[in-house]
Ligand binder design. Sequence first.
Ligand code: OOG
Ligand code: MG
Length: 257
Amino acid sequence: MSSTLLDQLAKHLDDSRCNGKVTECLTVKHPELTLKDAYQIQQAGIILRERRGEIRTGYKMGLTSRAKQEQMHVSTPIFGVLTNKMAVANNDTILLTSLIQPKIEPEIAFILGKDLKGRVSPEAALAACSGICAALDIIDSRYIDFKFTLIDIVADNCSAGGYVLGPIIKPAGIELADLSMSIKINGSIAKQGSSSAILGNPVNSLVMLAEMLDEQGEYIKSGSIVLSGTSIGATDLKPHLSIANETERLGTVTVLC
Ligand code: OOG
Ligand code: MG
């Protein structure tokens, strides 16, 4: 597909996001789009945001748990790009009016202290991290009814809407498998899961991201934030909620709306 058309589709999704209006899936009019095209549309969309002054802060992995794959009827892990404009401070309030159909999910975030490139072991991936924390991924599909194909969600930057990081701790000595993760809404547990639901161990998300980027001639740069993908299905956001991800060993991250 021509890069002009891919740029036009990126602009269309960017307009949809900026104007707060849902759109039909790109694959309805363009069933010929490939996964490679979809990542190119995603990149073109990020470049539009960079031209408006946004700065890349890292990546989000998506569809790394079966719960999420089943909820979305899509079965391959994917990634999107995070920017500074998506960051919400711990205990701060999300401006719901800036989002279309927002949902939230608990994740684990990695902060890279070194570059991470190519095929690496889980141990090497964790050793490249300067910090880890409990995180919240705010997702917001630009597509009607939050329904899409794999190609569509990749083009739409993995439904990225925002992210919140909890207090960052040193990863040394922390086993990331089998940690209990809970979503608390207004103080009560609404959903509970285990970090092992994320590719067996959330560090595998980091390993997989390094490999996926390598296929595109890219790598995870030191300083990047990487969201692991959720362990539990997403929860709808509506006004007057306090939402917390309480993760064993890592602590709690909270956002209000
Ligand atoms: C969210 C995209 C996937 C995750 O953690 O699996 C994701 C969606 O649109 O459902 O963020
Ligand atoms: Mg997510």
